[in-house]
Design a protein around this ligand. Structure first.
Ligand SMILES: Cc1ncc(COP(=O)(O)O)c(C=O)c1O
Length: 481
């Protein structure tokens, strides 16, 4: 495995030094890419070059408006191309993020109450669970002992509820364990039983090629799919919902208003066809163009090259974590034996609360990770073995507003720009903490459940002013507020 990523210099901010509690600075190690990735340089360059030409789209007649309209619609075409969708059969609409896409779709599909059931799994992010809960009765596939959903039970579940299940909604890859779902296999089963399939591709899209029209086998196509640009090195507030054209036409859109209609009289309305019916109000043109620029980068670099590099780095990370006896790693016991996986690993270090470990890694080693339940509380609780009665107690205490240390884990998640020396550095930090060779400073738990150093936090306001911009508010004329 090469020690440096071939694409490291393509990403903005990989050379930033951050302050350490002991004094001095160190190169920041960002291992929190499943939350959000940094920005690709070509994405920023495209945005900066586009901005002087930016103007309102679709209705303007000036050159800039028409150029912006062209770029926006071209970005839409790029999204379809990225997921292998024929524009005659599929439509892409821009959304804020995956969460918005799922909410929109759940509302639409939920209006048709002929089939009131949806199947999902225990491995889902809240965004691929709560919106469905609101509109459907959910059936959830349970987990096997390695933390992977028991997908071989799907066929029986659909037979048992014959004709009542409208949708199978699954994540393409877990944001907790990185396990990759066999989406085309599930699509065939869903379609065999008259159900549609939605894939939450928030984690899949930045790491693996996607083919919504299937893997070559009959009925293996994906009906609906969504992803977010901020997880694809283009954090400008956009995402995409890709859907089969015929399925979106059935029901009136979730949000309505400007841009969604063909004709309006005082007492009736004719809605436009998708995708325009899906994009109420003025759209995020810059976000769409940033997403298309990221897609262009992935296409010209080669998704398979990215996938191969990340797979090797993921294996190396897994081996490093497994080599530390005090690390309890969640998910399958072998790296390659079970389902395919991304470079996303959740673990606990024995004797450490996950929030404190994450804080020490940040404050004393300059490593950014995430801790908690990663917006997948049912899944993380299942992996940790939190039983029903403890779960109910935790719910009760939260209703009362009591702060208690919640169960959770620490997560490291890799991007294509991460390197072997970064994960080795993480391994050394964890080993030194586990053996007591490194003595952290004293910390205190805040009411928000975060650990911060007892002798005071960094001066983030001062750092922002010094490093980024001065956001001082003018007080004259405002009564000295
Ligand atoms: C698997 C998965 N689904 C959905 C989401 C929600 O994405 P967004 O916050 O961009 O809406 C995330 C975000 O972490 C995720 O990991």
């Amino acid at each position: 495995m090469r020690s440096q990523s071939p694409w490291r210099d393509q990403v903005i901010g990989v050379d930033m030094q951050v302050p350490l509690l002991a004094g001095g600075y160190r190169l920041y190690v960002n291992l929190d890419n499943a939350s959000s990735t940094p920005v690709l340089k070509p994405v920023l360059e495209t945005v900066v070059r586009f901005l002087p030409w930016y103007a309102s789209i679709h209705r303007g007649t000036g050159f800039k408006s028409k150029l912006s309209t062209w770029a926006y619609e071209e970005a839409r075409a790029r999204v379809l191309e990225f997921v292998g969708a024929d524009p005659k059969e599929y439509v892409a609409s821009f959304v804020r993020n995956t969460t918005e896409a799922v909410n929109k779709l759940a509302w639409r599909l939920g209006q048709d109450q002929r089939k009131a059931l949806a199947v999902t799994t225990l491995m889902e992010h809240h965004s691929n669970d709560l919106p469905w809960r609101r509109h459907f009765r959910l059936l959830r596939l349970p987990l096997d002992s390695s933390g992977f959903p028991e997908f071989d039970r799907l066929e029986d579940l659909l037979s048992e509820h014959s004709g009542q299940v409208r949708l199978v909604a699954v994540t393409g890859a877990s944001n907790v364990t990185g396990l990759v779902t066999p989406i085309h296999e599930l699509a065939r089963i869903a379609h065999r039983h008259g159900a549609h399939i939605f894939v939450d591709a928030a984690q899949l899209a930045p790491h693996k090629p996607i083919r919504v029209q299937g893997d070559g086998r009959e009925d293996s196509h994906i009906d609906f799919l969504a992803f977010s640009a901020h997880k694809m090195y283009a954090p400008f507030g956009s995402g995409a919902l890709v859907a089969r054209r015929d399925l979106l036409r059935e029901i009136e859109p979730f949000e309505i208003g400007g841009g969604t209609v063909l004709r309006v009289s005082t007492d009736s309305v004719i809605y436009a066809d998708p995708p325009w019916s899906e994009e109420a109000g003025s759209p995020n043109v810059v976000g769409a163009i940033a997403l298309a620029a990221a897609i262009h980068w992935f296409q010209t670099t080669g998704m398979s090259a990215v996938e191969a590099y990340e797979h090797e780095l993921a294996r190396a990370t897994w081996e490093i974590l497994r080599s530390i006896p005090e690390v309890d790693l969640y998910g399958p016991a072998e790296f390659d034996a079970g389902p395919d996986r991304l470079g996303v690993f959740s673990f606990n270090l024995r004797g450490w609360h996950h929030a404190k470990l994450a804080a020490v890694l940040a404050y004393e080693f300059g490593i950014g990770v995430r801790n908690g339940c990663f917006c997948a509380q049912p899944y993380v609780k299942a992996l940790l073995g939190v039983n029903r009665s403890l779960e109910e107690k935790l719910m009760e205490r939260s209703r009362e507003g009591t702060t208690i240390p919640t169960p959770g884990a620490v997560r490291v998640s890799l991007g294509f720009y991460n390197s072997l020396d970064e994960v080795q550095y993480l391994g050394q930090a964890l080993s030194r903490l586990a053996t007591g060779e490194f003595e952290p400073r004293p910390y205190r738990l805040t009411a928000e459940g975060e650990y911060i150093p007892e002798d005071g936090d960094h001066d983030f306001a001062g750092s922002f002013r010094r490093l980024v911009a001065d956001w001082g508010f003018p007080t004259g004329g405002m009564g000295g507020v």
